[in-house]
Design a protein around this ligand. Structure first.
Ligand code: MN
Length: 386
């Protein structure tokens, strides 16, 4: 039997307990929970965790999530059979859930304003609809990949002098985002209210929405992002339960004008997540999630207000997290102002991603009693175009 020692400064103490899907050599992927630097196999807690995905458990609903979290807390606070405890360095992490639909929002006013200035110089940075609804688009669920997956540089059409050119993207970028995972489905024809978020949403992951800016700039009018985004979206392997984020809730920035009634929450809340972006090992930005204009609950309410159903495994991401300061910008196009103001990475001036570059996004949030909650990381390396 093993008792897991948790250092005081661990980001994976009893207040966190994030879920992931792991395997060890010669075994099938199954659900585990991270505690300190170990992964605890949960198949003994409930057979639902023998699945290679969190979807069956997430589909059981909010009251089960609460119940099972208590059971897990009891388990990991006591003596655990040796065979159920694995060092985190000795396991392979997989996709934590099957992505049903994937939606990406655009919820940071700082990011939307900066992109407006870069893509549409000389006009109002925010479109007239921006402060009335959380703008979003439907992404490609099938190309959401787990952290560590190599990202092949995409090829496509780019704007040319007189006519478009075809070739590999020269302006490959990142978007540091936070993703929300739907647990309990909602039926077709039934909107999810802004105060029903906790019943529906299971947890949170980190997202890197890889973006080919040259492909995007040529294709995006009038229907929004398409091939400039759909080649890959990376997520972190640990799903931090919403139940672990009570102490991380903060008020959202003031909203003016007041949004329409379906977007009003009784107690509007955002999340005090501190993100960090490293580029080839060097920290280049620290985006604050608490600055986000639209709240997670407003995004879900808007996504379903037309009666669209939501399914277990739906992923909706916040859009790039950018704060007001330059070193808080969550995309390189903003950080380098369209490539005109390079940042220094390991002594070299850099703008967009080169083959072999590696980008890692991490985050922490306040936990109870001065502790911190860790989200793990989402990382990816750029591979040459095919
Ligand atoms: Mn995005």
């Amino acid at each position: 039997m093993t008792r897991i020692e948790i250092p005081d400064d661990s980001l994976y103490g009893h207040a966190n307990l994030p879920y992931g899907v792991f395997s060890t050599p010669g075994t099938s992927p199954r659900v585990g929970v991270r505690v300190a630097d170990t992964v605890v196999d949960l198949t003994a807690v409930d057979p639902v965790f023998a699945a290679p995905s969190l979807n069956p458990f997430m589909a059981q609903g909010h009251s089960r999530w609460v119940e099972v979290r208590e059971q897990i807390l009891d388990l990991v606070a006591g003596e655990i059979p040796d065979a159920a405890v694995h060092p985190v360095d000795a396991v392979t992490m997989h996709m934590p859930f099957e992505v049903a639909d994937y939606v990406d929002f655009y919820a940071s006013e700082h990011h939307a304003s900066n992109l407006g200035r870069l893509f549409r110089p000389g006009s109002e940075p925010l479109m007239p609809n921006w402060k009335h609804l959380p703008v979003g688009y439907h992404g490609r669920a099938g190309t959401v990949v787990p952290s560590g997956t190599g990202i092949v540089r995409p090829t496509g059409q780019r704007k040319g002098e007189d006519s478009p050119t075809f070739g590999e993207s020269r302006r490959l970028d990142i978007e540091a985002e936070v993703g929300f995972v739907v647990g309990t489905p909602s039926p077709l024809g039934t909107p999810v209210g802004a105060d029903d978020f906790d019943e529906r949403v299971f947890g949170v992951v980190l997202v890197n929405d890889w973006s080919a800016r040259d492909i995007q700039a040529w294709e995006y009018v009038p229907l929004g992002p398409f091939l400039g985004k759909s080649f890959a979206t990376s997520i972190s392997p640990w799903v931090v339960p919403l139940l672990a984020l009570e102490a991380a809730r903060v008020a959202t920035p003031p909203q003016d004008p007041e949004p329409l009634p379906y977007l009003r929450e009784k107690n509007p809340w955002g999340l005090d997540l501190s993100l960090e972006i490293t580029w080839n090992g060097q920290v280049v930005s620290r985006p604050p999630y608490r600055e986000m204009y639209w709240s997670p609950a407003q995004m879900l309410a808007h996504m379903t207000v037309n009666g669209a159903s939501s399914r277990t495994g739906d992923l909706f991401a916040s859009g790039t997290v950018s704060g007001p300061e330059k070193d808080q910008r969550g995309a390189f196009i903003e950080l380098t102002w369209g490539g005109k103001e390079p940042v220094t990475v390991n002594g070299e001036p850099r703008t967009f991603l080169e083959d072999g570059d590696e980008v890692t996004i991490t985050a922490t949030a306040p936990g109870p009693s001065g502790t911190r909650i860790g989200f793990g990381e989402v990382t990816g390396r750029i591979l040459p175009a095919h």
